[in-house]
Design a protein around this ligand. Structure first.
Ligand SMILES: [Cu+2]
Length: 618
C-alpha cells in the first residue's frame, strides 16, 4: 500500500471516526476513499454539518503534521483544502491532485482497486479524468464495498446519438440510455422514437443506485427534480463530471407517489443540454396511490411537452450569441410531445391518467381542452392532491408537472379533440427568437401565443369504466403558523438586468451562500418570492427549490385563475407583478442545495442561488 493510503488508513484509526466522521459519506471525498477501502460509513445516517468535520480534519492535519515527502504534504493540502472545500483555484487543485495521483500511482492498480467506483463518482477536481476510464469495468467489485444494498440498480449514460424525428436527415441529439443491472427490468421503460431518456419507475421506500456515466463532450451531472435526497445525490453543479467519467447515486426514495423527472444541471449549460435531449421521467408509486385503482398500464400516459426549432437539415437550432433571446429564454416554433412532432394520442372510450411535464426550456403553457371541457386535475409536482380540482385552464411552467383525469367514455369512436395552450401575456420579452431558415412556417411563436399542443383521437370502444375518486390522498392543511419565521418570512426578489439573472441582487456562485440563505435543520420556514420586475424586464419566473416539496400559502398580485396551488409543489410560477409565500419544512438532509428560476436560460444566466441547511448540532 502506498504511503498515501497508509496515512488515510491511519486517519481512520486516529481520527474520532466513531462519531460524525464514520457516518460522513455525502460531503467528503477523502472519506469516500476510505469508504471504498471498506473503512465504513453510513450514508443514510449522515446528518452532520460540513463545518464540524472541517474543524476535525484541520485538527487532525495539524496534529499529525507528518510529511514524509513533498507530494504527501501536497496530498494533505489536497485533503485539507477539499475538506474546507470553499475556495481554491482550479489550477492549484490540478497541481495538488496531480501530486496525489503521483503518490498513489506508485501502485496504480492498487489505487484503482482501493478507490473503486464509489469513490470515483464523488471525488472532485482533477482526479476524475485520470481515473474515470480505467475504473469503468470495476463497478461490481468496487460498489459492493459501499455497503448500500439497492432494490434497483441502474446504469445511466448520457451520450450523443441521432434520431429520425422528421423524414429525411436524422437529427443529432444527446440522449440518456439506461439499463437495469439488478432488479425488475420493467422499471426502465424506453419511449419509442424519442430522444427523451427512459422512464425510471420506483416505489416509495426503495433503495436506488444509479451509475451515471457522462459520455457527452462536456461536463454534466444529473439532478433528480423533485426528489428528496441528500445533497451529494442531488446533482448540484459543483459535482459535474467530464466526459468519460462516472458518478454514483445511491438514495432511498422518500417521495410520495408522483411524477418526477431528471435532467442535467451543469452551471451555465443546463439549457443547451436539456435542449439537446437530456431529460427523462422518474415515476414513483406508493401503497396509498395503488389502493385507489387509478387508470394504469396503457391508460396511464406520460406526456412531456417541449418546444424545439429545427433547421432545413432537421438539426436542432438553439440560441447562439443572441443575448436578448437568452434574456427571454429559448422559444422554439415546433411543439414536441415525448420528443415527437405533430403528436396524436389514440385513446379508448375510458378514463385516462395523463401525466404532463413541461420539459421546455422557457415556454409556459396555458393548458385547456379545445372542446372547452374543464380540466380535472388530480396531481401536481409532488403527487396526488387531496381531492380533484377543476379549472378551465391551467398554467404549466418549465419544470412543473400536472396530472389530469380525462374520461373519454362518452365520446364516440372517431371523436377528436386537442390539448391547447391558450394565449396569455408572457411578459414584455415574451417574443420568440427569429429563425433564419427554420423548418416550419418560419414565424416566431411567442411565449403566450395560442397553439395546439397535441390531439386526442378516440379509436377504440372498450367496456372499462372507472370512476374518479373524490378523495385521492392525505395532503393535509397548511400549518403556516408553525413556521419558525412566521412573523418575518425570508424574502427573495427576482430580477433580470445587465444580461444576468439575479435573486436578491446576487448571481449564482458555485459555493456561495449569503447569511439570509442559511437555514437551520429541523425548522419550518415561510419563504416569499417577489417578481416585481417591470418595464422591459417584466418576465415570468418559475421558481424551483431543490430537494424539497413545499406548500403554497398564498399569492398576491394574481390576475388570472390558472394556478393549482393546492397540492405539494417543487416549482411555482410567478408572473410579472406576483408574489408568493410558501411553507418549507427543513426536516431532513443538511447541506448545500439550490433554488433557482427554471427558465433554463435564466438559470444559466445566474438566476440561481444556494441555500444551506445547517446541521442540527450547530
Ligand atoms: Cu426566470
Amino acid at each position: 500500500m502506498t504511503a498515501l493510503f497508509k496515512i488515510l488508513t491511519e486517519t481512520v484509526s486516529t481520527f474520532p471516526v466513531d462519531s460524525a466522521v464514520r457516518q460522513c459519506f455525502a460531503c467528503c471525498e477523502v472519506l469516500q476513499l476510505l469508504a471504498a477501502a471498506r473503512l465504513v460509513f453510513d450514508l443514510e445516517t449522515c446528518r452532520r454539518s460540513c463545518f464540524v468535520r472541517t474543524a476535525g480534519i484541520r485538527n487532525f492535519i495539524f496534529r499529525s503534521g507528518a510529511t514524509t515527502s513533498r507530494s504527501i504534504k501536497s496530498s494533505y493540502d489536497f485533503i485539507f483544502i477539499k475538506w474546507i472545500g470553499y475556495s481554491i483555484k482550479a489550477s492549484n487543485m490540478k497541481k495538488l491532485t496531480k501530486n496525489l495521483i503521483l503518490e498513489a500511482g506508485k501502485d496504480r492498480r492498487q489505487f484503482l482497486k482501493l478507490a473503486g467506483y464509489g469513490a470515483l463518482g464523488l471525488i472532485a477536481g482533477g482526479i476524475r479524468p485520470l481515473l474515470g476510464q480505467s475504473a469503468a469495468g470495476q463497478h461490481g467489485d468496487a460498489i459492493s464495498k459501499t455497503g448500500f444494498v439497492p432494490d434497483l440498480d441502474i446504469s445511466l449514460v448520457s451520450r450523443p446519438g441521432e434520431l429520425a424525428i422528421f423524414p429525411g436527415a436524422a437529427t443529432q441529439i444527446w440522449q440518456y440510455h439506461a439499463e437495469v443491472i439488478k432488479g425488475d427490468k420493467h422499471r426502465v421503460v424506453n419511449l419509442s422514437r424519442s430522444y427523451l431518456g427512459p422512464i425510471i419507475k420506483a416505489r416509495q421506500g426503495e433503495k436506488i443506485r444509479i451509475r451515471f456515466t457522462n459520455s457527452i463532450p462536456e461536463k454534466s451531472i444529473v439532478h433528480w427534480h423533485g426528489l428528496h435526497v441528500p445533497e451529494a445525490m442531488d446533482g448540484h453543479p459543483r459535482y459535474v463530471i467530464p466526459e468519460g467519467n462516472s458518478y454514483l447515486y445511491e438514495f432511498e426514495v422518500k417521495n410520495r407517489a408522483g411524477t418526477y423527472w431528471y435532467h442535467p444541471h451543469p452551471h451555465g449549460r443546463t439549457g443547451p443540454q436539456v435542449y439537446g435531449g437530456l431529460a427523462g421521467l422518474f415515476l414513483v408509486s406508493d401503497t396509498e396511490e395503488q389502493s385507489l385503482g387509478l387508470p394504469d398500464g396503457e391508460y396511464d400516459v406520460p406526456l412531456v411537452i417541449q418546444d424545439r426549432s429545427f433547421d432545413r437539415d432537421n438539426q436542432l437550432l438553439y440560441i447562439s450569441g443572441n443575448r436578448m433571446a437568452q434574456m427571454t429564454g429559448f422559444l422554439g416554433d415546433s411543439i414536441l410531445i415525448n420528443g415527437r412532432p405533430d403528436f396524436t394520442l389514440p385513446v379508448s372510450t375510458t378514463a385516462y391518467r395523463l401525466r404532463l411535464l413541461n420539459g421546455s426550456n422557457s415556454r409556459i403553457y396555458k393548458l385547456a381542452w379545445r372542446d372547452n371541457r374543464p380540466l380535472t386535475i388530480i396531481g401536481t409536482d409532488g403527487g396526488l392532491m387531496e381531492s380533484p380540482v377543476s379549472r378551465s385552464y391551467v398554467f404549466l411552467a418549465p419544470g412543473e408537472r400536472i396530472e389530469l383525469w380525462s374520461d373519454f367514455s362518452d365520446s364516440p369512436v372517431g371523436y377528436e379533440t386537442a390539448l391547447m395552450s391558450l394565449s396569455f401575456d408572457g411578459g414584455r420579452m415574451g417574443r420568440g427568437m427569429m429563425m433564419g431558415g427554420g423548418r416550419g412556417n418560419n414565424q416566431t411563436l411567442s411565449n403566450g401565443a395560442k397553439v395546439s399542443l397535441f390531439k386526442f383521437k378516440v379509436t377504440r370502444s372498450v367496456a372499462i369504466r372507472k370512476s374518479l375518486p373524490q378523495k385521492l390522498s392525505e395532503v393535509g392543511a397548511i400549518q403556516e403558523h408553525e413556521a419558525d419565521n412566521y412573523n418575518r418570512p425570508r424574502q427573495f426578489y427576482l430580477n433580470m438586468g445587465h444580461m444576468q439573472g439575479m435573486i436578491n441582487g446576487r448571481v449564482f456562485q458555485m459555493q456561495g451562500v449569503a447569511d439570509e440563505e442559511i437555514v437551520q435543520l429541523g425548522t419550518k420556514e415561510i419563504w416569499e418570492f417577489i417578481n416585481n420586475g417591470g418595464g422591459m424586464m417584466a418576465m415570468p419566473h418559475p421558481i424551483h427549490l431543490h430537494g424539497k416539496q413545499f406548500r403554497v400559502i398564498e399569492r398576491q398580485g394574481v390576475k388570472h385563475h390558472g394556478y393549482v396551488d393546492e397540492g405539494w409543489k417543487d416549482t411555482v410560477l410567478l408572473m410579472p407583478g406576483e408574489r408568493i409565500r410558501i411553507l418549507v419544512d427543513f426536516d431532513d438532509y443538511p447541506g448545500l442545495f439550490l433554488y433557482h428560476c427554471h427558465n433554463l436560460e435564466h438559470e444559466d444566466m445566474g438566476m440561481m442561488r444556494n441555500y444551506y441547511v445547517r446541521g442540527a448540532d450547530l
